[in-house]
Design a protein around this ligand. Structure first.
Ligand SMILES: *Cc1c(COP(=O)(O)O)cnc(C)c1O
Length: 381
């Protein structure tokens, strides 16, 4: 189906009407086990952890969207990341972003670190710093672009080249951009990971993760680990992501347009010291973002002149922007990373400015969102 446009793929890829019934949406297959005609002879499914038809549809769809020959669904974004990190052995090394998602940092530092994985946090926007951090046992360059919560941009093609020069692999956490805005494998990355909990699901009602890869060895190992460690999503959760995915493009078009207008409004507001949004000319990664993304995403971070006190006041004052963790769904959210999503990196190289707020911009009427922010900012202006 690759000759079709992306929006068509979202609705149709891997989702031909059910052969048996004609159902236009994929059935939720709850069976845990499948009848075999003879020992070892079956219709492709034996046991639901090893393979499930609803999950197989989701895996086909997300792999197609990422342009990947293989893809594997997991119970959460972190479960997907854990499978990729298990490529490393004790003493191996990974380069990680100095503003990785807090849970990614915790997984690397406090789980895999405990089994001897070495890591170096680096500003991935600085290609020579990444080069300097690569050693003989570097297996992975782990990247997130745009990053969380600083919305820093990493040059995927440049990092892929660096990784391949030293026989490491480039992993891109594509959660913030989604394959609608950015396709890392086409830029040379080896592995894409997702928290499907965010934009792919898109409605704050399902937790899931994904690994897509163009590397046959990674695919074989991930398939093995998905079954061997068993962190698989339920058939219902797979269905929920499939349902959300169909509107990914229309949701993101509106969300990106809202975010862009909000970033301009904030940049002009006297209570705001800085706006971090890759769509702004002033953003250091703007040029690369423009080259590797089709739009700039719907996450906006900003730093209050009044520091932490002002940030906490604004976070508590908005009404349409719900104060909550997570991101990527149709409703707008606001959060304070230093005390919420990024509490686990306090005191590390990844610590976040306590005056920073992060917005996940939804699909609501723009004027309503701007009015909500205006009223909240008045309190600290
Ligand atoms: C949420 C998130 C994760 C973790 O995903 P879960 O589904 O919560 O396990 C990883 N990376 C990024 C960028 C995220 O936003």
């Amino acid at each position: 189906m690759t000759e079709h446009g992306f929006e068509t793929l979202l609705v149709h890829a891997g989702q031909e009407p059910d052969e048996l019934t004609g159902s236009v949406v994929p059935p939720i297959h709850l069976a845990t086990t499948y009848a075999q005609q003879k020992v070892g002879e079956h219709k492709g499914f034996e046991y639901s952890r090893s393979g499930n038809p609803t999950r197989a549809v989701l895996e086909k769809v997300v792999s197609t969207l990422e342009g990947a020959p293989a893809g594997f669904a997991f119970a959460s974004g972190l479960a997907a990341e854990d499978a990729v990190l298990r490529f490393c052995r004790p003493g191996d090394h990974v380069v990680i972003p100095n503003d990785a998602y807090g849970g990614t940092y915790r997984l690397i530092a406090r789980v895999h670190g405990g089994y001897g994985l070495e890591f170096t946090p680096v500003d991935l926007g600085d290609v020579s710093a990444v080069e300097a951090a690569i050693g003989q046992r570097t297996r992975l360059i782990w990247s997130e672009t745009p990053s969380n919560p600083h919305l820093r941009i990493a040059d995927i093609a440049a990092l892929a080249e660096l990784a391949h020069r030293s026989s490491a692999r480039l992993v891109v956490d594509n959660t913030f951009a989604t394959p609608y805005l950015q396709r890392p494998l086409s830029l040379g990355a080896d592995v894409v990971v997702h928290s499907m909990t965010k934009y792919l699901g898109g409605h704050s009602d399902v937790v899931g993760g994904f690994v897509a890869t163009s590397d046959a060895e990674v695919a074989e190992r991930t398939a093995f680990l998905q079954n061997a460690t068993g962190a698989v999503p339920s058939p219902f959760d797979c269905y929920m992501v499939l349902r959300g995915l169909k509107t990914l493009a229309v949701r993101l078009d509106r969300q990106c347009a809202n975010a862009s207008a909000i970033s301009t409004f904030l940049a002009e507001h006297s209570a705001v010291a800085a706006v971090l949004y890759p769509g702004l000319d002033s953003h250091p990664g703007h040029g690369i973002a423009k080259a590797q993304m089709s739009q700039f995403g719907a996450m906006v971070s900003f730093i209050l002149r009044g520091g932490e006190e002002a940030a906490l006041e604004v976070a508590a004052s908005t009404e349409l922007f719900t104060l909550a963790e997570s991101l990527g769904a149709v409703e707008s959210l606001i959060e304070h990373p230093a005390r919420m999503t990024h509490l686990s990196v306090a005191g590390s190289a990844l610590e976040v400015d306590p005056g920073l707020l992060r917005l996940s911009v939804g699909v609501e009427t723009l004027e309503d969102l701007l009015g909500d922010l205006e009223r909240a900012l008045e309190k600290v202006g």
